[in-house]
Write a protein that binds this ligand. Structure first.
Ligand code: PEP
Length: 250
């Protein structure tokens, strides 16, 4: 039985004050979603503050990226060791904004995935197609290519303790959510692809949906057989909305 996970990607939003309020609100309402694993991914500078605030609760903290190298002259990067040191259990890897805006290739994303694992951090590995790719009928090919880069570097077993987030790029931050059927079809493909290599890994792997998930559509999406939770952007910035999504998974 896979535990539902709901992770909030706060992206580059917030301030010391708003982050304090947001995490206090989530803590206050978290008992309403007892069966959901709740994860928050603040901007890196706020991770220590958030880690301190959730100490003693079941809320987990994740980063929004991780360096593929472990130490040295990599200006502006943050290593897995450092993220672990400030309380991260998860790291978002390969978010479409990183791929599109900062040119992260499948190979670099795979190296970041490897860095997370060797530092004891669980990757939340993002994959998904653009609108053009969906319209060209190559959604499955794109997802397969992105997954294959990780498998080539780390082997399929590396996915056993990880999480895949299927995030169709056209649904991220656009309000255009994939229908439950569209999302389930992609998730089933992803699980089937992994199952062809290792059935146990596929069975245990959590596959989150991401892309304009909100309190109104979360239950239908998470209710699909192969959707094990959500990676939430916009709706994770309001405690009430985020908690409503967490409840939809409980
Ligand atoms: C995301 O950025 O991972 C995301 C899913 O964003 P949103 O929920 O705002 O579409």
């Amino acid at each position: 039985m896979r535990q539902v996970m709901v992770a909030g990607n706060w992206k580059m939003n917030g301030s010391s004050e708003s982050v304090k309020e947001l995490i206090a609100g989530i803590k206050q309402g978290m008992d309403s979603a007892p069966d959901t694993e709740i994860v928050v991914c603040p901007p890196a500078v706020y991770i220590p503050r958030v880690s301190g605030a959730v100490d003693g609760t079941s809320i987990k903290v994740g980063s929004q990226n991780i360096c593929d190298e472990d130490k040295g002259a990599f200006t502006g990067e943050i290593s897995g060791d450092m993220l672990k040191d400030v309380g991260c259990e998860y790291a978002i890897i390969g978010h479409s904004e990183r791929r599109a805006l900062y040119g992260e290739s499948d190979e670099l994303v795979a190296r970041r995935f490897a860095a997370a694992r060797r530092n004891g951090i669980k990757p939340v590995f993002c994959i998904g197609e653009t609108l053009e790719e969906r319209e060209a009928g190559v959604t499955n090919d794109v997802c397969a290519r992105q997954i294959d880069a990780v498998i080539a570097l780390e082997g399929v077993e590396a996915l056993a303790d990880g999480v895949i987030a299927y995030e169709p790029v056209w649904a991220i931050g656009t309000g255009k959510v994939a229908t439950p059927e569209q999302a389930q079809e992609a998730h089933a493909f992803i699980r089937g692809k992994i199952a062809a290599l290792n059935a146990d890994v596929a069975e245990g792997l959590r596959i989150l949906y991401g892309g304009s998930m909100n309190p109104g559509n979360a239950k239908d999406l998470i209710g699909q057989a192969d959707i094990d939770g959500g990676l939430i952007g916009g709706a994770s910035l309001k405690a009430e909305d985020f908690l409503a999504i967490c409840q939809a998974g409980s």
